[in-house]
Design a protein. Structure first.
Length: 231
Protein backbone atom coordinates (compact mmCIF):
# COMPACT_ATOMS: atom_id res chain seq x y z
CA UNK A 1 0.00 0.00 0.00
CA UNK A 2 1.06 3.56 -0.65
CA UNK A 3 1.29 6.61 1.57
CA UNK A 4 -1.93 7.86 -0.03
CA UNK A 5 -3.68 4.58 0.83
CA UNK A 6 -2.88 4.91 4.54
CA UNK A 7 -3.90 8.58 4.62
CA UNK A 8 -7.15 7.89 2.74
CA UNK A 9 -7.92 5.19 5.28
CA UNK A 10 -7.17 1.51 5.84
CA UNK A 11 -8.47 -1.22 8.12
CA UNK A 12 -5.58 -3.30 9.45
CA UNK A 13 -6.09 -6.64 11.18
CA UNK A 14 -3.39 -7.21 13.79
CA UNK A 15 -2.87 -10.32 15.91
CA UNK A 16 -1.92 -8.64 19.19
CA UNK A 17 0.67 -10.53 21.23
CA UNK A 18 0.57 -11.01 24.98
CA UNK A 19 1.91 -8.23 27.24
CA UNK A 20 1.27 -5.44 24.73
CA UNK A 21 -1.40 -2.86 25.50
CA UNK A 22 -3.70 -1.87 22.64
CA UNK A 23 -2.34 1.67 22.99
CA UNK A 24 1.24 0.41 22.51
CA UNK A 25 0.23 -1.41 19.31
CA UNK A 26 -1.38 1.75 17.91
CA UNK A 27 1.67 3.85 18.78
CA UNK A 28 4.06 1.32 17.25
CA UNK A 29 2.14 1.06 13.97
CA UNK A 30 1.69 4.83 13.73
CA UNK A 31 5.43 5.36 14.19
CA UNK A 32 6.33 2.66 11.64
CA UNK A 33 3.92 4.05 9.01
CA UNK A 34 5.23 7.58 9.55
CA UNK A 35 8.83 6.41 9.20
CA UNK A 36 8.16 4.28 6.11
CA UNK A 37 6.42 7.05 4.19
CA UNK A 38 7.99 10.12 5.80
CA UNK A 39 4.59 11.30 7.05
CA UNK A 40 4.55 13.97 9.74
CA UNK A 41 1.08 13.18 11.01
CA UNK A 42 -1.47 10.40 10.47
CA UNK A 43 -4.50 9.31 12.45
CA UNK A 44 -4.32 5.74 13.77
CA UNK A 45 -6.73 4.16 16.27
CA UNK A 46 -8.06 0.80 17.40
CA UNK A 47 -11.64 -0.50 17.43
CA UNK A 48 -11.84 -2.13 20.85
CA UNK A 49 -9.30 -2.58 23.61
CA UNK A 50 -7.65 -5.89 24.42
CA UNK A 51 -6.08 -6.33 27.86
CA UNK A 52 -2.29 -6.88 27.97
CA UNK A 53 -2.91 -10.47 29.16
CA UNK A 54 -5.12 -11.17 26.13
CA UNK A 55 -3.99 -11.91 22.60
CA UNK A 56 -5.77 -11.87 19.29
CA UNK A 57 -7.63 -9.62 16.91
CA UNK A 58 -7.09 -5.89 17.11
CA UNK A 59 -8.76 -3.86 14.37
CA UNK A 60 -6.59 -0.84 13.57
CA UNK A 61 -7.90 2.06 11.47
CA UNK A 62 -5.80 4.68 9.72
CA UNK A 63 -6.60 8.04 8.16
CA UNK A 64 -10.23 8.67 7.31
CA UNK A 65 -11.21 5.11 8.32
CA UNK A 66 -10.81 6.16 11.98
CA UNK A 67 -14.30 7.64 11.57
CA UNK A 68 -15.60 4.04 11.38
CA UNK A 69 -14.10 2.98 14.72
CA UNK A 70 -17.39 3.33 16.63
CA UNK A 71 -19.14 1.15 14.05
CA UNK A 72 -16.54 -1.61 14.35
CA UNK A 73 -16.57 -1.40 18.16
CA UNK A 74 -20.29 -2.08 18.23
CA UNK A 75 -20.06 -5.35 16.32
CA UNK A 76 -20.40 -8.85 17.78
CA UNK A 77 -17.16 -10.34 19.09
CA UNK A 78 -15.89 -13.89 19.53
CA UNK A 79 -13.38 -15.03 22.15
CA UNK A 80 -11.72 -18.27 23.16
CA UNK A 81 -9.96 -18.91 26.43
CA UNK A 82 -9.60 -20.88 29.63
CA UNK A 83 -11.34 -20.53 33.00
CA UNK A 84 -9.65 -22.09 36.03
CA UNK A 85 -12.17 -23.30 38.61
CA UNK A 86 -11.61 -23.50 42.35
CA UNK A 87 -9.92 -20.15 42.92
CA UNK A 88 -10.43 -16.43 42.43
CA UNK A 89 -8.26 -13.36 41.96
CA UNK A 90 -9.22 -9.71 42.61
CA UNK A 91 -8.77 -8.86 38.91
CA UNK A 92 -10.62 -12.01 37.78
CA UNK A 93 -7.55 -13.00 35.75
CA UNK A 94 -3.78 -13.51 36.23
CA UNK A 95 -2.98 -9.82 36.69
CA UNK A 96 -3.33 -10.38 40.45
CA UNK A 97 -2.55 -13.31 42.74
CA UNK A 98 -5.08 -15.91 43.90
CA UNK A 99 -6.88 -14.56 46.96
CA UNK A 100 -9.30 -17.41 47.76
CA UNK A 101 -9.71 -21.11 47.01
CA UNK A 102 -12.85 -23.24 47.00
CA UNK A 103 -14.00 -26.84 47.12
CA UNK A 104 -14.59 -28.34 43.66
CA UNK A 105 -15.44 -31.95 44.56
CA UNK A 106 -19.11 -31.41 43.61
CA UNK A 107 -18.35 -30.17 40.08
CA UNK A 108 -19.03 -32.57 37.21
CA UNK A 109 -18.67 -32.16 33.45
CA UNK A 110 -22.44 -32.24 33.12
CA UNK A 111 -22.83 -29.46 35.70
CA UNK A 112 -20.27 -27.35 33.85
CA UNK A 113 -22.13 -27.72 30.55
CA UNK A 114 -25.54 -27.10 32.15
CA UNK A 115 -24.32 -23.95 33.92
CA UNK A 116 -23.39 -22.25 30.65
CA UNK A 117 -27.14 -21.94 29.94
CA UNK A 118 -27.41 -19.36 32.74
CA UNK A 119 -25.15 -17.06 30.76
CA UNK A 120 -26.76 -16.96 27.33
CA UNK A 121 -29.11 -14.25 26.17
CA UNK A 122 -29.36 -10.79 27.73
CA UNK A 123 -27.85 -10.71 31.20
CA UNK A 124 -26.70 -8.18 33.81
CA UNK A 125 -22.95 -8.08 34.29
CA UNK A 126 -20.74 -6.15 36.71
CA UNK A 127 -17.47 -4.93 35.14
CA UNK A 128 -14.27 -5.90 37.03
CA UNK A 129 -12.92 -3.38 39.51
CA UNK A 130 -9.60 -3.85 37.70
CA UNK A 131 -10.80 -2.21 34.48
CA UNK A 132 -10.23 1.03 32.58
CA UNK A 133 -13.82 2.22 33.00
CA UNK A 134 -14.06 5.64 34.58
CA UNK A 135 -15.98 6.70 37.69
CA UNK A 136 -15.85 10.36 38.71
CA UNK A 137 -12.97 10.96 36.31
CA UNK A 138 -10.81 8.15 37.67
CA UNK A 139 -10.12 4.68 36.21
CA UNK A 140 -11.61 1.81 38.21
CA UNK A 141 -8.24 0.06 38.40
CA UNK A 142 -6.81 3.15 40.12
CA UNK A 143 -9.33 2.71 42.94
CA UNK A 144 -8.57 -1.02 43.08
CA UNK A 145 -4.80 -0.57 43.26
CA UNK A 146 -5.24 2.00 46.00
CA UNK A 147 -7.36 -0.46 47.98
CA UNK A 148 -10.41 1.80 47.77
CA UNK A 149 -13.95 0.42 47.59
CA UNK A 150 -16.16 1.89 44.88
CA UNK A 151 -19.71 1.11 43.80
CA UNK A 152 -19.93 -0.39 40.31
CA UNK A 153 -23.23 -0.56 38.46
CA UNK A 154 -24.19 -3.60 36.37
CA UNK A 155 -24.62 -3.35 32.64
CA UNK A 156 -26.86 -5.14 30.18
CA UNK A 157 -24.90 -7.35 27.81
CA UNK A 158 -25.81 -10.11 25.38
CA UNK A 159 -24.10 -13.50 25.06
CA UNK A 160 -25.19 -15.33 21.92
CA UNK A 161 -23.06 -18.44 22.43
CA UNK A 162 -21.17 -19.89 25.39
CA UNK A 163 -19.61 -23.21 24.45
CA UNK A 164 -17.32 -25.43 26.52
CA UNK A 165 -14.74 -26.83 24.10
CA UNK A 166 -12.58 -28.88 26.49
CA UNK A 167 -12.41 -29.85 30.17
CA UNK A 168 -9.03 -30.74 31.67
CA UNK A 169 -9.52 -31.17 35.42
CA UNK A 170 -10.16 -27.58 36.64
CA UNK A 171 -9.13 -25.93 33.36
CA UNK A 172 -12.22 -25.19 31.27
CA UNK A 173 -11.68 -24.14 27.64
CA UNK A 174 -14.50 -22.12 26.09
CA UNK A 175 -15.71 -20.11 23.12
CA UNK A 176 -17.97 -17.08 23.60
CA UNK A 177 -19.84 -14.92 21.10
CA UNK A 178 -20.98 -11.70 22.77
CA UNK A 179 -21.98 -8.06 22.46
CA UNK A 180 -19.91 -4.95 22.91
CA UNK A 181 -19.16 -4.22 26.57
CA UNK A 182 -18.90 -7.84 27.68
CA UNK A 183 -16.07 -8.56 30.11
CA UNK A 184 -14.90 -12.15 29.73
CA UNK A 185 -13.07 -11.80 33.06
CA UNK A 186 -16.38 -11.06 34.76
CA UNK A 187 -17.95 -14.00 32.94
CA UNK A 188 -15.21 -16.28 34.32
CA UNK A 189 -15.78 -14.98 37.86
CA UNK A 190 -19.58 -15.27 37.60
CA UNK A 191 -19.32 -18.75 36.07
CA UNK A 192 -17.27 -19.90 39.06
CA UNK A 193 -19.86 -18.44 41.45
CA UNK A 194 -22.69 -20.19 39.60
CA UNK A 195 -20.86 -23.49 40.11
CA UNK A 196 -20.67 -22.75 43.88
CA UNK A 197 -16.94 -22.47 43.48
CA UNK A 198 -14.48 -19.83 42.38
CA UNK A 199 -13.26 -19.15 38.89
CA UNK A 200 -10.77 -16.89 37.16
CA UNK A 201 -9.55 -16.34 33.61
CA UNK A 202 -6.13 -17.77 32.73
CA UNK A 203 -6.15 -17.43 28.91
CA UNK A 204 -8.05 -15.08 26.58
CA UNK A 205 -7.88 -14.65 22.83
CA UNK A 206 -10.15 -12.54 20.64
CA UNK A 207 -10.83 -14.37 17.40
CA UNK A 208 -13.46 -12.26 15.62
CA UNK A 209 -14.99 -8.79 15.46
CA UNK A 210 -17.99 -8.77 13.14
CA UNK A 211 -16.76 -10.24 9.84
CA UNK A 212 -13.10 -9.66 10.73
CA UNK A 213 -11.21 -12.84 11.70
CA UNK A 214 -7.85 -13.11 13.46
CA UNK A 215 -6.94 -15.82 10.89
CA UNK A 216 -6.53 -12.94 8.44
CA UNK A 217 -4.50 -10.86 10.88
CA UNK A 218 -0.78 -10.07 10.78
CA UNK A 219 1.68 -10.07 13.64
CA UNK A 220 3.23 -6.68 14.40
CA UNK A 221 6.57 -7.90 12.97
CA UNK A 222 4.97 -9.14 9.74
CA UNK A 223 3.12 -5.85 9.28
CA UNK A 224 6.37 -3.92 9.66
CA UNK A 225 8.15 -6.26 7.20
CA UNK A 226 5.51 -5.45 4.57
CA UNK A 227 6.15 -1.70 4.81
CA UNK A 228 8.53 -0.16 2.27
CA UNK A 229 12.08 0.27 3.50
CA UNK A 230 13.61 3.72 3.55
CA UNK A 231 16.71 4.17 1.40
Amino acid sequence: MTKEDYLAGQVLLIDKPLDWTSFQVVNKLRWEIRQAFNIKKIKVGHAGTLDPLASGLLVICTGKMTKQIDTFQGQIKEYTGTIVLGSTTPSYDLETEINETFNTSHITEDLIHQTTKQFTGKIDQFPPIFSALKKEGKRLYEYARAGETVEIKSRKISIQEFEITNIDDLNIDFRVVCSKGTYIRSLANDFGKALNSGGHLSVLRRTKIGDFDVKNGLSIDDFIKNLPKKD
